[in-house]
Design a protein around this ligand. Structure first.
Ligand code: UD1
Length: 428
């Protein structure tokens, strides 16, 4: 298994190009299953999760080619509607193939994703909506077996999600494009990745109104065609690198990170927190620069669905709060178990108390080096940044970096461009 060896003591400064968003690329790849003619997707990041989904879609008999950051897809040869446990278990987003298969072919059998590190994360909201659309759903031996009603087509209806779910909204939206009649979906997630998906579906011939709001109305069409589309920039990757500037300033007196090929509009709640912490943030059409001098100020953060503060940035901001002047309060409202990075940050010298969904972070002056373990995708980046600004020459060995490979493209090179001293090593 690979590990990262990070040597502390270098300021985080420099420029980095941002990749296409993992969380947009996955639903867009799933949506390609709907297209009756070839689809081309650009700006697709090269990541483990993308490879997993491509493998799963190829397993259905669909022809996918990936060259650089472009993926082309031809569904003509599809011959299976089955997604096996082996692939689904490694990535929860695999459940996103259920909607398109059910909508276009009238049937699907997809393994349940099972538990995962950041909570139980059920898919009840996905299934409840498909049932409301007339599908019969049986959950048996760990598999969801779904069948469209007589005639093979899902039926439009009014449906309200019981909670805001990103994956649920995406799965159901994809399926709703082909319903008989009209589908009104309420309490939808409004994340930029949901908007990106809706825009691509429209480019494929879907009729969707209310994109970017909590109510979307979808007038069903008989079929969708392929299109050429480009994945939105990764707002979480952007925020992760920018957070490094704050951590660097806390220890070395300055930090300065510019992200290119990104979009400040996607990051408003995060930029707001950076500013509250004292950072100078400047932006252009496709870039964001965060400059910081001295220790950041403590802040209070509550994760909420978009346009609130994203849960996927909670760990990275917590790492910055660990070095801030004063005490910060961080409340995690989306996932029940998303403080697993706390014990790891403590190993690096952080002072954090957790009480249920709340973490109280008392700022310290610096991190120490120590062996630590990545606990989930985004948490791993908080540990990398913390290790980078840790005591000069201190070596932090970060284990289980397969988490980071799932979501950050070309991560070592990008980090090196920001001055981080990092090496990939094999565990003994
Ligand atoms: C997506 C993102 C993930 C992000 C999360 C919240 C992808 C591939 N992943 O995950 O990075 O952290 O949104 O912004 O886009 N829930 C249910 N029943 C359901 C569905 C969800 O109870 O049927 C619960 C979950 O357990 C969780 C909450 O709702 O507590 C939010 O989950 P959801 O928005 O669905 O997250 P994902 O789509 O899995």
């Amino acid at each position: 298994m690979d590990q990262f060896l990070i040597t502390g003591g270098t300021p985080i400064k420099g420029e980095v190009n941002i990749s296409g968003a993992k969380n947009a690329a996955l639903p867009l790849l799933a949506a390609m299953i709907l297209a009756e003619s070839p689809t081309t997707l650009n700006n697709v990041p090269t990541l483990q999760d993308v490879r997993t989904l491509i493998k799963l879609i190829e397993g259905l008999g669909i022809v996918i080619e990936k060259q650089g950051d472009t993926v082309t897809c031809n569904t003509k040869t599809i011959n299976s509607y089955f997604a096996p446990y082996d692939l689904v278990k490694t990535m929860r987003a695999s459940i996103l193939v259920l909607g398109p298969l059910l909508a276009r072919f009238g049937e699907a059998e997809v393994s349940l994703p099972g538990g995962c590190a950041i909570g139980s994360r059920p898919v009840d909201q996905h299934l409840k909506a498909f049932e409301a659309m007339g599908a019969s759903i049986v959950v048996e031996n760990g598999y969801v077996k779904a069948k469209a009603p007589e005639g093979g087509r899902l039926i439009g209806c009014n449906h309200t999600f019981d909670m805001v779910t990103v994956g649920g909204t995406e799965n159901v939206l994809i399926a709703a494009t082909l319903v008989k009649g009209t589908m009104v979906l309420e309490n939808c997630a409004k994340e930029p990745e949901v908007v990106d998906l809706a825009n691509m579906l429209v480019a494929m011939g879907a009729k969707i109104s209310g994109i970017g709001t909590s109510t979307m109305t979808i007038e069903g069409v008989e079929s969708l065609h392929g299109c050429e589309y480009s994945v939105v920039p990764d707002r979480i990757e952007t925020g992760s690198y920018l957070a490094g500037a704050l951590m660097s300033a806390a220890v070395f007196g300055e930090g300065d990170v510019t992200c290119h090929r990104t979009d400040e509009k996607l990051l408003s709640p995060v930029i707001k927190k950076f500013k509250e912490m004292g950072a100078n943030v400047t932006t252009g059409e496709d870039w964001i620069r965060v400059q910081m001098q001295g220790r950041p100020k403590a802040v209070d953060i509550r994760t909420t669905p978009h346009p609130g503060f994203p849960t996927d940035m909670q760990a990275q901001l917590m790492a910055a709060c660990c070095l801030a002047e004063g005490t910060s309060t961080i409340i995690e409202n989306i996932f029940e178990n998303r403080f697993m990075h706390v014990p790891e940050l403590r190993r690096l010298g952080a002072k954090i108390k957790v009480d249920g969904h709340t973490a109280i972070v008392k700022g310290v002056e610096g991190f120490k080096a120590a062996p630590v373990m990545a606990t989930d995708l985004r948490a791993s980046m908080s540990l990398v940044m913390a290790a980078a600004v840790a005591e000069a020459g201190g070596k932090t060995l970060l284990d289980r970096i397969y988490h980071i490979d799932r979501g950050y493209e070309d991560v070592e090179n990008k980090l090196r461009g920001l001055g981080v001293v990092i090496e990939r090593v094999k565990s003994k």
